[in-house]
Each structure stands twice: as structure tokens, then as C-alpha cells.
Design a binder for this molecule. Structure first.
Ligand SMILES: C[S@@+](CC[C@H](N)C(=O)[O-])C[C@H]1O[C@@H](n2cnc3c(N)ncnc32)[C@H](O)[C@@H]1O
Length: 294
């Protein structure tokens, strides 16, 4: 089916934006040997690398500049990275070639127009991507074509409640320092990713959070609704979506959450998300939910 005019228009705005500011930015000189992939990875990427077994197949949809895809291609795993932004893919391919990562491959694709290629993956990741499309559910259901029974699906989105603080701050900063990028930056210093050495990383983070042309946000139950419609059962989340669950449990990200019943109900999720207005303010309300295709 052909895309709607608005889907195409927003898609072009978003890919132009990432062609200007590929995400995540990183200094390629920091990668000399394969071990540098782990050394330079964030906590989340390390956790995935540590917990995904040897030899698995992985789809990283909206892979950006490919740092995660390259890391996950170690340990005999095969990874396909997809993205529609040429410049991001070029950087991903440069990193792959530099470190001679034969089991990582990258291809250009729009998640809203994916066709079934017959490939099936053990893991499907889509981190921070769908909320930048005009039709997140279409992108999600397209991705499910690549799943099979048991596929672990990880979707990361901005949360409707958790992102409120950042939105308010962005509105204020944009109004207060209309034409002064430097002042804007200083005003939000506490919300920037902390990496004094890697300016590229900091710049891309700043652009992504404060100058993006299109972002949506989604509640926990909206995402769980997408899962239900596509026979994906809830497994776990970061941070925990359940009431009174210790953060520690969420670190075994592919293990079924031990908390059930009312603590993991719609009303519990509302209370939880109200708390996220404050507790997730520095990460811009970003959360991810892991599911398993049944
Ligand atoms: C914030 S970046 C996230 C990159 C990476 N997943 C990460 O977590 O660092 C969003 C990425 O999604 C890609 N993207 C957005 N909409 C897309 C679409 N419709 N099809 C393919 N890629 C898309 C952008 O090009 C960009 O690289």
C-alpha cells in the first residue's frame, strides 16, 4: 500500500535532519580494535551484549550510525541494521569495515514500507525510532513480519508522561534564547549526555533532544496494546513498568518480570508514569519494553 502524503513528508524531514546530524554521533578514532566497541558502549548496549547468547540473529531497525549493531555482531551473532538515513548508514558501514565485522550488514529501508523478505530473527530491536515516524504502529507491525515464535522484541519510545518535563524545559529554553544556541545549550547542560571527550556524541544528543522536527510519545498501555494485537507477550522493561518493583530485576532484561496482578495493571501504569515525570526527566522520558512473540 502506498504511503500517505503526510507520512512521506515527515519521513523526508526526519531523514534530512539525521543526514545533518547522524545519531548517535561518535568519534570513529575511538574504535581501533573490536574490544573498543564494548569499551565505548553505554550501559544499555553492554547489558544487551552480555545477555544475548552466542550465535543469535538480530535485526536492529533504525540502527542509526550502527554502534550497537556492530557491538552485537561480536560473539558469532549476525546483525542486520536498517535505517533510511544515508549518512548514518555510511558511518555504520565505515565502522564495520574498520573493525572487519563480517557478520554485521547494513541496508537502507523505510520502516513504514518494509516488505517481507522471508528473513526471521531471534531478536528485533527498534530503539528510539518509531516515535519519529508519522505512523509508529505501521512501522511496528511491519517489523513483526520478521518475527517467529519466540522472537524477543525490544521497542524503545518516549513516554507521554515521562517526556513532559523535557518538553516544558525545551519550550522555555526555545522561547528564552530564540537565536542563541550556546545559551540554549548552557541552560540545559544538566540534561546533556555527559561525555566531555566526545563532542560529536554531545552535539548529536543535543540536536536529537532539542531541535528534532518530529517526535511523538506513547504510554505504556499503548505500546502493550500493539504487542497484544501482534501476539507479543510482555516480558520485562527498563525502567520497571510495575509498581513497587526494584530496578535490579529489570537488569535481567530478557527474563520474565516476577511482578504480576494489580501491580502491573493499567491503573498501576498510570501511577508509575506520573512518577516518571520526575524520575525520567534527565533521560527525556525514554523507556523500553521487551516482549516475546507467542
Ligand atoms: C534517535 S535515532 C536512534 C538510533 C539508534 N536506534 C539508537 O538507539 O541510537 C533514530 C533513527 O531512526 C531512523 N529512522 C527514523 N524514521 C525512520 C524510518 N521511517 N525508517 C527507517 N529509519 C528511520 C533515523 O534515520 C535515525 O537513524
Amino acid at each position: 500500500m502506498a504511503l500517505k502524503e503526510e507520512d512521506v513528508k515527515i519521513g523526508s524531514l526526519v531523514s534530512d535532519f539525521y543526514n545533518e546530524s547522524p545519531f548517535p554521533g561518535y568519534d570513529i578514532n575511538k574504535f581501533i580494535i573490536k574490544d573498543d566497541l564494548y569499551k565505548n558502549a553505554n550501559i544499555y548496549s553492554r547489558l544487551l551484549h552480555d545477555q544475548i547468547p552466542y550465535g543469535k540473529s538480530i535485526l536492529d531497525a533504525g540502527c542509526g550510525t550502527g554502534q550497537l549493531a556492530c557491538l552485537l555482531s561480536l560473539k558469532g551473532r549476525t546483525v542486520v541494521g536498517m535505517d533510511f538515513t544515508e549518512k548514518s548508514l555510511a558511518k555504520a558501514k565505515e565502522l564495520k569495515a574498520k573493525l572487519k565485522l563480517d557478520s554485521a550488514s547494513f541496508r537502507q529501508a523505510n520502516l513504514l514500507e518494509l516488505k517481507d523478505t522471508g528473513e526471521r530473527f531471534d531478536y528485533i530491536f527498534c530503539n528510539g525510532v518509531l516515535h519519529h515516524t508519522n505512523n509508529p504502529y505501521l512501522g511496528f507491525s511491519n517489523l513483526m513480519q520478521f518475527s517467529k515464535k519466540g522472537t524477543l522484541v525490544v521497542i524503545g519510545l518516549y513516554n507521554k508522561y515521562g517526556r513532559m518535563f523535557l518538553r516544558l524545559k525545551r519550550t522555555w529554553v526555545n522561547w528564552r534564547y530564540v537565536n542563541d544556541q550556546q545559551k540554549k545549550r548552557e541552560a540545559i547542560q544538566d540534561m546533556l549526555v555527559k561525555d566531555e571527550e566526545d563532542c560529536e556524541k554531545q552535539d548529536s544528543w543535543f540536536d536529537d533532544q532539542y531541535s528534532h522536527p518530529h517526535e511523538l510519545s506513547h504510554s505504556i498501555d499503548e505500546l502493550l496494546g500493539w504487542y497484544e494485537k501482534n501476539q507479543v507477550e510482555y516480558v520485562n522493561s527498563i525502567p520497571p513498568i510495575e509498581l513497587f518493583r526494584k530496578e535490579g530485576n529489570a537488569k535481567m532484561i530478557f527474563k520474565k518480570s516476577p511482578v504480576n496482578g494489580w501491580k502491573n495493571s493499567r491503573s498501576a501504569h498510570i501511577l508509575k508514569q506520573l512518577g516518571w515525570i520526575i524520575s525520567l526527566r534527565e533521560t527525556g522520558g525514554y523507556y523500553l519494553i521487551v516482549g516475546r512473540k507467542t
